[in-house]
Design a protein around this ligand. Structure first.
Ligand code: FEO
Length: 401
């Protein structure tokens, strides 16, 4: 995609990445892709804001070259050191001999530890401004959104906020880079939630502090490093991020994430009965096979909804391992304060419930009594399963009011 002007002399010059399978080497984006939104501000002096992963550096240089000679760049603003933002750094230092890197004090340290760079670096303090001519850049330190060195950059006269990982999302751009051009903003919002829970959720406190800090700053355009640029409704993505960050305390919307695993279909058969019971109450319900679905796709529903129903059999005296992995990732992401219950089959002795409770209790999840059955469910078991799901859903609905 060629460069796109966001405001006079403020450009998106980013690239799409549709070849990386795992973001951070962990989170699947094969189908969705991701964008690295680099920006350019031109004036008497020119500043490029954030770069791209090293595999995409050639494409970025081409985009920039459509507008100006790379050698004429004055500043490189590094809002964040993670290599999806900084991977192309050394190429730019070579191509732009007068380039000065701008970043926080911690960025200066990380430039040395990640790239061995100690020269051509200027530290910018929180709130500091640098004039490019008629335009001024203001730097807002936002530690831990996403790493400790992270900051956002604000173009004062144009009211454009380069928000870095803040307000970002997965999803390569399809030509329409703005919220008002996009015909499927709901898809990008869903991918922004998945990105939030995968990447940012553990830093929800810093996200809320950053939003508070920006409260008095007039923003016409929220321009994150990944995903859509919000110019028609910049307040929309800020409100979503606030809502998601507040869920770090626990609770959630009335609804249930039902995650199950099944070796030979017995727990799956029961899952259908439990799901019917939940649906009877009318709560939103999302169902995931934990053995077949990457936790990247499961965690957003667990984060968002007040209820997490777990269906998992006993496996060698403990919890079905695929379920253990999902719950341990939920623990890693500090998904707190849910209502939960577990059902599942066992062959000759139990054990799953003990491991399940050992994982979820430190997360302050409230646990309803389990519903276990031996081998394949009978018709009577399935009737109980339906009632179990219904009772759980009523409990969740009551608490989430
Ligand atoms: Fe977009 Fe924290 O990397």
């Amino acid at each position: 995609m060629p460069a796109i002007e966001i405001k006079p002399d403020v450009y998106w010059i980013g690239v799409n990445d549709r070849t990386t399978d795992l973001f951070e080497g962990l989170w699947p984006i094969t189908r969705e892709g991701v964008s690295y939104n680099t920006y350019l501000v031109r004036d008497d002096k020119s500043a490029i804001v954030d770069l791209v992963k090293d595999t995409k550096e050639g494409e970025l240089v081409d985009h920039l070259s459509d507008i100006m000679d790379v050698a004429d760049l004055d500043y490189l603003v590094i809002n964040h050191m993670e290599p999806d933002h900084s991977g192309a750094l050394k190429v730019f230092l070579r191509l732009a001999p007068k380039l000065t890197i701008l970043g926080t004090p911690k960025t200066k340290q990380m430039l040395e530890s990640f790239y061995g760079i100690t020269e051509r670096v200027r530290v910018v303090e929180d709130g500091e401004e640098i004039s490019l001519g008629r335009k001024t850049l203001r730097f807002v330190h936002t530690p831990f959104v996403h790493w400790p060195e992270t900051m956002m950059t604000y173009v004062v006269s144009e009211r454009v906020l380069f928000a870095c990982d803040g307000f970002g999302g997965y999803g390569a751009l399809r030509g329409a880079i703005f919220d008002d051009q996009c015909v499927d903003p709901a898809w990008y919002e869903k991918e922004a939630l998945r990105y939030y829970v995968n990447i940012v959720a553990k830093f929800s406190g810093p996200v809320l502090r950053a939003i508070d800090k920006l409260a008095g700053v007039p923003v016409d355009v929220v321009a994150p490093s990944h995903g859509l640029i919000w110019r028609a409704h910049p307040e929309r993505i800020i409100a979503l991020y606030k809502e998601w960050a507040e869920l770090a305390k626990g609770g959630g919307a009335p609804g249930v994430a039902l995650v199950y695993g099944s070796m030979y279909g017995n727990t799956e058969e029961m899952m259908n009965a439990v799901a019917e019971g939940i649906s009877k109450v009318g709560l939103p319900l999302e169902i995931f096979d934990g053995g077949r679905t990457h936790s990247s796709y499961i965690l957003p529903a667990m984060w968002r909804y007040a209820g997490v129903m777990v269906g998992a059999p006993t496996y060698e005296g403990s919890l079905f391992p695929a379920m253990t992995q999902v719950l341990e990732m939920a623990a890693h992401k500090r998904i707190l304060g849910k209502k939960t219950a577990r059902f599942g089959s066992y062959g000759w002795s139990g054990g799953a419930q003990r491991e399940y409770e050992a994982i979820v209790q430190p997360l302050k999840w409230e646990v309803m009594e389990p519903f276990e059955f031996v081998g394949a469910p009978t018709k009577e078991d399935l009737r109980h399963g339906f009632e179990y799901g219904e009772r759980f859903a009523r409990w969740v609905a009551e608490s989430a009011k």
